[in-house]
Design a protein around this ligand. Structure first.
Ligand code: 5AD
Ligand code: FES
Length: 355
């Protein structure tokens, strides 16, 4: 390790042994991202993932059921003010059909994702959740539908949703304010994350890597938050600009920094479910494979009907928008076995650390 400074080595070694560092130490690691640091940390992260999950890769069938959104996050292609976004909503029947097809392809987890779309009432959502659970009792339902009230979260949980993805986006209040219009609140979002935990969901948080105006301190704060919150899942992908958003001219996050952070998060939380995201697969043709090699253990192929995929564009050049669901499933299976891992037919629950 001739080119890697002593301190980076020492911090990575400590993170591997103790799973925590100080805020300043996280910042140091972020600032000292390099090919050498990545080469040093990735095998450690992969070894830990292997110890917990072996070479099993969990798949989640992602159903993007509505691209209507009442919010206006500056980075996101389906923001309310994007009049060029061609809006759609899937009916209950179509959503259930996606799940039935998905079941046949071997999915045992369905992720229902949408913009924040008040069209779907809690009654409608609960009905959809319970119908999926009735038809496929051996499957988990994950929601990714944004900020809701405590009561709504509670109702979905009682209807049978057991997991919820709500990326915190950034653990820094000032940075949050730079990514979102004033009417969106950092405190509200963080409260939602905590309420989900309190209700009993398996909670997924996360952030974009290389988001506009993100500093090394911001990323260190994210890492500290991840360490303290101990999420069941952590979604991290590179920021990718979308042409019809205020951030259209901002640079994308890098492959290297994303891979490095995946490894760091694996060392912080050995048991966390860590997806190699579609955004990672978008910035590099082998991004998802490299994500797994850096410590990820989940992939989320698209299960949405092919007709609507082109419309659920959070960022430019998103992959898999022309494929059929069966193709995505087969593609990922081939990609994973190509690097020595197997996609498993399983709910893919988080493994809890033995106390
Ligand atoms: N680039 C990358 N990721 C994005 N997301 C939204 N817009 C973008 C973008 N332009 C992420 C956000 C959100 C998740 C569903 O997708 O982190 O929480
Ligand atoms: Fe969709 Fe590869 S995962 S085509």
């Amino acid at each position: 390790m001739k080119d890697l400074d002593e301190k980076t080595i020492r911090l990575i070694d400590r993170l591997e042994a103790e799973h925590c560092l100080t805020l300043e130490e996280y910042r140091y690691l972020v600032e000292h991202e390099s090919q050498e640091a990545k080469a040093y940390i990735a095998p450690k992260a992969r070894r830990i993932a292997d110890q917990v999950y072996g070479h099993d890769i969990y798949v989640r069938g992602l159903i993007e059921f509505s691209n209507y959104c009442k919010n206006n996050c500056y980075y996101c292609g389906i923001r309310a003010d994007n009049s060029r976004c061609d809006r759609y909503r899937l009916t209950e029947d179509v959503i259930l059909k996606c799940c039935d097809d998905g079941y046949d392809y071997g999915y045992r987890t369905f992720v229902l994702q949408s913009g924040e779309d008040p069209y779907y009432t809690d009654d409608m959502l609960c009905r959809i959740i319970s119908k999926i659970r009735e038809r496929h009792p051996d499957c988990a339902v994950t929601l990714s539908i944004g900020e809701k009230s405590y009561e709504s979260y509670k109702r979905y949980f009682e209807a049978g949703a057991q997991r919820y993805l709500l990326r915190h986006e950034t653990a820094d209040k000032d940075h949050y304010g730079k990514l979102h219009p004033a009417r969106m609140s950092f405190d509200h979002r963080m409260n939602c994350v905590r309420q989900l935990r309190e209700i009993g969901y398996d909670v997924g948080i996360g952030m974009m890597i290389g988001a506009p105006m993100q500093t090394s301190l911001n990323l260190a704060e994210d890492l500290k938050f991840i360490e303290q919150f101990q999420p069941e899942m952590c979604g991290m992908g590179p920021f990718i600009p979308h042409d019809d958003t205020p951030f259209r001219d901002q640079p994308a996050g890098t492959l290297d920094m994303t891979l490095y952070l995946l490894s760091i998060v694996r060392l912080i939380c050995p048991h966390v479910l860590l997806p190699a995201t579609t955004a990672l697969g978008t910035i590099h043709p082998l991004g998802r494979e490299m994500g797994v090699e850096a410590g990820a253990n989940v992939v989320m192929p698209n299960l949405s009907p092919t007709e609507v995929r082109q419309k659920y564009l959070l960022y430019n050049n998103k992959i898999c928008t022309g494929e059929e669901s069966a193709q995505c499933r087969g593609c990922l299976q081939a990609r994973m076995s190509g690097i020595g891992y197997q996609v498993v037919v399983s709910r893919g629950d988080v493994k809890r650390p033995v106390a």
